[in-house]
Design a protein around this ligand. Sequence first.
Ligand code: PRP
Length: 200
Amino acid sequence: MAAEKKTDQGKRRLDQDVERVLIDEASLQARIVEMGAEITAEYADRDLLLVAVLKGSVLFLADLMRRIAIPHEIDFMATSSYGTGVTSSGVVRILKDLNNPIEGRHVLIVEDIIDSGNTLAYLMGLLEARNPASLQIVTLLDKPDRREVDIHVAWTGFSIPNEFVIGYGLDYNERYRNLPYIGILKPSVYAELDAGYATE
Ligand code: PRP
């Protein structure tokens, strides 16, 4: 009982940091059902491998794969940019590579959000060189205004404006990933955390 109460309080605190909900839980789930059906049809006769890019995509992957009605496998990659300037250079560091080869496999990369496009451009090049039978992208969110490099995206859940979004896998300072919706963080939260760092 006490543990339940503590969890509830934690949830309320997260909600209080949200300026507004951009995409609510029902809308997210409805769109994921649609995309799952389309992916099911597209890969009906193919050996599908979903490659999720950690960490932001974990909630999307978990819901999407339950809406894909054909047998498939999953694997994971983890990437990181080299510091703050790297988004413009497009250089991406691989923190975790795939567990298995993808030669001859039909690979679908699962992302939570495309911003500059640099992460996916780099990953596409890396994975293409391993000779998959096909290589496509599904992303839950896209910020087209921020794009720096051209990439072809087969499925996009939602195109969104250039706002700092959190929730449903997306973080600010590693928090807020567990919100079940996509929200916009209150600017006061950034200010508070930035001030905290400045004094550390
Ligand atoms: C986010 C997102 C993409 C990348 C998109 O990951 O999941 O991988 O940034 O940005 P880009 O299009 O400008 O390259 P992030 O580095 O925040 O890591 P996380 O998923 O672990 O939070």
